[in-house]
Design a protein around this ligand. Sequence first.
Ligand SMILES: Nc1ncnc2c1ncn2[C@@H]1O[C@H](COP(=O)(O)OP(=O)(O)OP(=O)(O)O)[C@@H](O)[C@H]1O
Length: 250
Amino acid sequence: MTTPVLDVRGLAFAYPDGHQALFGVDLHVHRGERVALLGPNGAGKTTLVLHLNGIHLAGAGSVAVSGLPVTKANIKEIRRRVGIVFQDPDDQLFMGTVREDVAFGPANLGLRGEALDAKVTEALAKVGMEEFADRPPHHLSFGQRRRVAVATVLAMDPEILVLDEPSSNLDPASRRELADILRGLDVTVLMVTHDLPYALELCERSVILDGGVVAAEGRTVDVLSNADLMRAHRLELPFGFDPVAAAATL
Ligand SMILES: Nc1ncnc2c1ncn2[C@@H]1O[C@H](COP(=O)(O)OP(=O)(O)OP(=O)(O)O)[C@@H](O)[C@H]1O
């Protein structure tokens, strides 16, 4: 078996106030996979995500990205390898223009001139935002800002793209357009979401985190159609949504 892009083993973590949020999490994501991380409020999903690029460091256990352990010493390379798109794009966009925001990461890695311009254009093209390069991010719609946030991360050529609630606050058309964009990317994805139809549409495999442990994992269609499992972990499908029928149309 090849080295997983993301290899989380026995990860445990307590916040400084003593609250234990993770109790020994194992999670493996292989190259080219798109995996959904599901679970009720307070399950530990965000806490886990914040370990993937070293914002939190493991209390016990380990996290590695393509074989490189997430440690303080490796933080710069880990942050290039792990691109996190947070729920609020305004946490990631802070420059005067879209172009400057997308250029920020690769410029920090030393890219300059035509190579930098080409990298920015390529990343914006991947999310269909080339025409907005010279616009201030705060003049864009929320959905457009989310796409630019994805581009800022893609410009770093990450090994894994981690998306926190990518469909939140998007209207139905923007939600579908983002799904089309994500499906077209040639990148490994871990997606945290409460939008279960979105998980089904985009991710072959789903992992349920609950109470700081991995409670179940499997093919997304199997997970979502297991009514007892769903109830046990406070996961609810939209009224009338049939995951087996929906999966058949994909
Ligand atoms: N800074 C903090 N200090 C102490 N406890 C925290 C802190 N941040 C989160 N927690 C606790 O850790 C647990 C896991 O929280 P986390 O935010 O990781 O859950 P989540 O699965 O992302 O939830 P949601 O779906 O609501 O975003 C919760 O019980 C939460 O109250």
